[in-house]
Design a protein around this ligand. Structure first.
Ligand SMILES: Cc1cc2nc3c(=O)[nH]c(=O)nc-3n(C[C@H](O)[C@H](O)[C@H](O)COP(=O)(O)OP(=O)(O)OC[C@H]3O[C@@H](n4cnc5c(N)ncnc54)[C@H](O)[C@@H]3O)c2cc1C
Length: 373
């Protein structure tokens, strides 16, 4: 990297904690480490010009899971595991709101709806039948019945006339959240080095060393927060999962307000700044979408547009303003992996589609783990 003496000394020498990845987990981990180690040198290495995984690409749902998602989770996880995960999502969101403040992240608790395709009466009936059971399961966490059946609002078409409503669901402005988080990190004297992809990690004489562009950087401890890109540095059960999104141009007199889940959560949309942000469709082509490459496909984008035209905005003309994709980290279990990898290396990865809610808690857990041992 042809570093000057000053660059070497200020950014790369005597690092106490090196964090890899400046998504919500890496940044939250850094803040928590600062609380526990007021004078430590903490440096975050980020491969992109901006955070380049999921944290600046997501839909900004502050959610705990729709009824169909929870029922799906109960097929592969115990009740206790499901309750633990929902509690973790609730606690994480509280932490994020407390750390940054509701204004800074534009938090709005406008509620969330699960919509059911007109053709999928089986799923609707199953969710309706299980409604009392799920409400009883979650009652101790929320001290209230979380889900209720309501008339499907906002003139959506080709969906069932009734929908599931969750009054506790909110939404944030993802860009505002991440800029506020980065500013807070910088205020705490934590360094962020961008355009710094870590190629490998090794450990000699118990000092971990990371390599960036053939330059070795040692740190007393290394925390890996690379989520969907985890396979590059770790041997853990984390698979990359791309998610594609689009946003419309501003729509006059848009009345749609809230967060919406459709087709078992494979599609999701919300209002933002008089626009509709709409994402999903990974299930149309899992094979192609299981990638860590940013990119768009016509299979997914065309279907998103069709659903927008036929279901979400059937009577409203709209234009697409922009499209993008982001990379999530998923695996055979939904639970994130927070783990010690070797004597001085730790990871907090596999956040799935839950990172807005759970990212702060996982960052904190990663910081605590790396502080202990
Ligand atoms: C389109 C989309 C919509 C989503 N919608 C929602 C939602 O509405 N609600 C919700 O809760 N969750 C949502 N998610 C999931 C959520 O965004 C993630 O769970 C969360 O952002 C994960 O945070 P993270 O810090 O673990 O990972 P990331 O944000 O992916 O951060 C990892 C960082 O590591 C960097 N990195 C990777 N490899 C290296 C390397 N070798 N060297 C240096 N840096 C590296 C990456 O560039 C990246 O910035 C969505 C995700 C996507 C993609």
């Amino acid at each position: 990297m042809n570093l000057s003496y000053w660059e070497q000394q200020s950014w790369f020498a005597n690092i106490d904690f090196a964090i890899i990845g400046s998504g919500i987990v890496g940044l939250s981990c850094a803040l928590e480490l600062r609380l526990q180690h007021p004078s430590a040198k903490i440096v975050i290495f980020e491969k992109g010009m901006l955070p380049s995984g999921a944290s600046t690409k997501n839909a900004g749902f502050a959610c705990f899971g729709s009824i169909s998602e929870i029922l799906e989770d109960l097929k592969t996880h115990t009740e206790t595991q499901v309750i633990d995960l929902i509690t973790q999502r609730l606690e994480g969101l509280k932490k994020l709101r407390k750390t940054l403040g509701d204004d800074a992240i534009a938090y709005k608790e406008w509620g969330g709806y699960e919509l059911f395709a007109q053709t999928d009466t089986t799923l609707f009936e199953k969710c309706t039948e299980k409604l009392p059971y799920i409400n009883a399961l979650l009652y101790p966490i929320f001290n209230a019945n979380v889900f209720s059946l309501v008339d499907t609002p906002f003139g959506f078409e080709k969906v069932a006339p009734r929908a599931m409503f969750n009054a506790f669901e909110g939404q944030i402005d993802t860009g505002k959240m991440m800029t506020a988080l980065i500013q807070k990190v910088i205020q705490q004297g934590i360094l962020i080095v961008n355009n710094a992809p870590v190629d490998s990690i090794s450990e000699s004489d118990t000092t971990p060393v990371l390599t960036i562009d053939n330059t070795c950087v040692s740190a007393k401890k290394i925390c890996i927060a690379t989520n969907g890109f985890a396979q590059q540095l770790l041997q853990e059960n984390v698979v990359p999962a791309r998610a594609q999104v689009l946003v419309t141009k501003p729509i006059k007199n848009l009345t749609i307000k809230g967060t919406f889940h459709l087709d078992c959560g494979y599609y999701y949309f919300r209002n933002i700044d008089d626009r509709i942000l709409f994402g999903g469709g990974r299930n149309l082509d899992f094979k192609t979408e299981n990638t860590s490459e940013i990119g768009l496909t016509s299979v997914v984008q065309d279907h998103l547009e069709k659903l927008l035209r036929d279901t979400i905005l059937p009577k409203t003309p709209f234009e697409i303003d922009s499209r993008w994709s982001g990379i999530m980290g998923v695996g055979s279990q939904k639970k994130p992996i927070v783990k010690q990898i070797s004597s001085k290396v730790y990871c907090g990865v596999r956040l799935g589609g839950m990172g807005v809610a759970i990212g702060s808690t996982i960052g904190k857990e990663l910081a605590e783990l790396s502080s202990q041992s």
